[in-house]
Ligand binder design. Structure first.
Ligand code: SAM
Length: 214
């Protein structure tokens, strides 16, 4: 599989639906965000190992989440779980580099994501170290919060840090098994409406308002 094959698969499979997400996938080379020995697999629609015993998610679920987030240029986005930095780069392509803050709990991955983003030409995407289950109050409020690790429930801080009419996209469910991709929309009056987009599999969100470390 090369990049063109992957694009065709993502479009034909309706994982990519919008021009903005298609352009972002065209622009960002996944091979720049995986370890050297995984580069040959970069354009397969599968998760791959990255340092810290974590993963870069499969492109199809990444595309599904970006479509669900309905991103527009200029929106301020908090990504939780920087991992490789790949998803942060895709988000930056749509909303603009200055509008993306990505938070990661594993210091090794903060360095990995920063290195990959810089090498790929993204100088202004901010990758910060911390526990994303508490959101990132320093830069709140956000138009969108996209979490790429599975939480037992939507943490209170995310709702508090979301703008009116904002959207949270996150896998919610068990620590190691069944999770659902949940889209949570805030209405103008401060209420929240949740819609499930179906089953998914993610590594756990580990933090104060998520799963304990063990
Ligand atoms: N978005 C990433 C990418 O594009 O490569 C993939 C993310 S990986 C599936 C999930 C990431 O969430 C891991 O890097 C993990 O260390 C991180 N994580 C888990 N709990 C976290 C927390 N409380 N705060 C921030 N990051 C967390």
């Amino acid at each position: 599989m090369n990049k063109e094959d992957l694009m065709e698969h993502l479009i034909k499979g309706s994982y990519i639906k919008s021009l903005s997400v298609e352009k972002a996938f065209m622009q960002v080379d996944r091979e720049n965000f995986v370890p050297e020995d995984e580069k040959g697999m970069a354009y397969y629609d599968i998760p791959l190992s990255i340092p810290g015993a974590q993963t870069i998610s499969a492109p199809s679920i990444v595309a599904e989440m970006l479509e669900a987030a309905d991103l527009k240029r200029g929106m301020k986005v908090l990504e939780i779980g920087s991992g490789s930095g790949y998803n942060a780069a895709l988000i930056a392509e749509i909303v603009g580099e200055d509008n993306v803050i990505s938070i990661e709990r594993v210091p090794e991955l903060v360095a990995f994501a920063k290195m990959n983003l810089e090498k790929a030409g993204y100088q202004n995407v901010r990758v910060v170290h911390g526990d994303g289950s508490r959101g990132y109050p320093e830069e709140a409020p956000y138009d969108r919060i996209i979490c790429t690790a599975a939480a037992p429930k939507i943490p209170r801080a995310w709702k508090e840090q979301l703008k009116p009419s904002g959207v949270i996209v996150a896998p919610i469910g068990g620590r190691h098994f069944y999770q659902e991709l949940v889209v949570t929309k805030r209405d103008g009056k401060g209420g929240f409406r949740e819609v499930s987009l179906g089953g998914c599999v993610f590594v756990p969100l580990i933090g104060e308002d998520a799963w304990p470390e063990y």
